[in-house]
Design a binder for this molecule. Structure first.
Ligand SMILES: C[S@@+](CC[C@H](N)C(=O)[O-])C[C@H]1O[C@@H](n2cnc3c(N)ncnc32)[C@H](O)[C@@H]1O
Length: 280
C-alpha cells in the first residue's frame, strides 16, 4: 500500500497552496532544507538539483548558499506545487522542471551536477531508479544529500521519546474519529520501516555511490505546528472514507484536547552520499 503522503494529491491546488502557506508560517521545511543544503557543500557549486522541490522551500535554501553564478534546477512532478513556487520564488538562477525524479537524467547534463538535494520526499519516489539517475547526473565527487522521515527510516531521535507526555495529536484524531464517526482504525501491523539506512546504503551502492555521513536529527516544533501540517489536504487524517471537511472537524476537536504550545519532536534520518571520484 502507498504511504499516507504518497504522491497522489500533490498535484492539487488546495494542497499546493496550503503547503506553501505552511512553509511560510512554520519553520519545519525551511529548517530541514537549510540543514541539507549546508551538508551539500555548495560554496563552489555551478549546478545544483533540488529533487522533488515542490513549491521551492529547498531551492530557496540552496540559493542562499550557492554562489551567485550557480544554477539550480528544481524538479518535481506536481505542476500545482511548482505553480505556487513560481509565484513566490522568481529567481533568474532557478529553472523549474515538471518531471518525475526517476527521469532526472533526461533533464540535467550527465556528470555535471555538483549536488543533488532532496528534502522530505525520497521515500515517495522509485528509489532504485532515482538513485541511478542521480549517479548519472552527479560529477565525480558530487554529493547527494537527502532525508527520510523517521517513521519511514525506522529511527527516533532521543528527544522524541521525552517530548510530549500526553497522547499525541494523531492518537487524539483516532479517538475523536472513533467517537464521532464510528471510525475503526486498521489493525496495527508491525510493518518494517520502508527505507532504513541499511536499505538506503545498499541501493546507493548498487547505483555506484557511497554513504559518507548519516545522522538522526530532530525538528522541534509545537502541537500548533502539527495541527497546521495536518490541515494540508495531502497529510490530513485519518485515512479512509472521509471528506476533507470531516477530517478538519475531527482535527479541530482533537486539537481542542491538547496544549497548543506543547513541544513536539519530529525525527529525520539525514544521509549524505557521494559519487566516488574513481567511479567510471
Ligand atoms: C513534502 S514535499 C517537499 C517539497 C520540498 N522539497 C520542500 O522541502 O518543501 C514532497 C514533494 O515531493 C514531490 N514528489 C513525490 N514523488 C515524486 C516523484 N516521484 N518525482 C518528483 N516529485 C515527487 C511531491 O510532488 C511534493 O512536491
Amino acid at each position: 500500500m502507498a504511504p499516507h503522503d504518497a504522491v497522489l494529491g500533490w498535484n492539487e491546488d488546495t494542497t499546493a497552496q496550503a503547503y506553501e502557506a505552511f512553509t511560510r508560517e512554520f519553520p519545519m521545511y525551511g529548517a530541514t532544507s537549510r540543514d541539507l543544503a549546508r551538508r551539500a557543500r555548495l560554496a563552489e557549486s555551478h549546478l545544483v538539483v533540488d529533487l522533488c522541490g515542490g513549491a521551492g522551500a529547498t531551492a530557496k535554501a540552496i540559493l542562499e548558499l550557492a554562489p551567485a553564478t550557480a544554477h539550480v534546477i528544481s524538479l518535481d512532478n506536481a505542476a500545482a506545487m511548482q505553480r505556487v513556487g513560481r509565484r513566490t520564488l522568481d529567481d533568474p538562477q532557478l529553472t523549474w522542471v515538471t518531471a518525475g525524479a526517476e527521469d532526472l537524467a533526461c533533464h540535467a547534463p550527465a556528470a555535471e551536477v555538483d549536488a543533488v538535494v532532496c528534502n522530505s520526499a525520497i521515500w515517495k519516489t522509485g528509489v532504485p531508479r532515482v538513485f541511478t539517475a542521480v549517479h548519472t547526473v552527479l560529477r565525480p565527487g558530487g554529493r547527494f544529500v537527502f532525508n527520510i522521515g523517521g517513521g519511514f527510516a525506522g529511527v527516533h531521535h532521543d528527544d522524541e521519546k521525552s517530548a510530549h507526555p500526553g497522547p499525541s495529536l494523531n492518537r487524539l484524531i483516532h479517538q475523536v474519529a472513533a467517537r464521532d464517526y464510528g471510525y475503526a482504525p486498521p489493525p496495527t501491523r508491525l510493518a518494517p520501516p520502508k527505507l532504513p539506512l541499511e536499505a538506503v546504503a545498499a541501493h546507493l551502492s548498487r547505483a555506484g555511490m557511497d554513504v559518507v555521513d548519516s545522522e538522526v536529527v530532530a525538528h522541534r516544533g509545537t502541537v500548533a505546528e502539527k495541527r497546521a501540517w495536518l490541515s494540508i489536504p495531502v497529510f490530513a487524517r485519518p485515512d479512509g472514507d472521509f471528506t476533507h471537511a470531516q477530517r478538519m472537524d475531527i482535527l479541530a476537536k482533537a486539537y481542542a484536547l491538547t496544549t497548543p504550545d506543547a513541544p513536539t519532536v519530529t525525527s529525520w534520518l539525514v544521509v549524505v552520499a557521494e559519487r566516488p571520484t574513481g567511479w567510471p
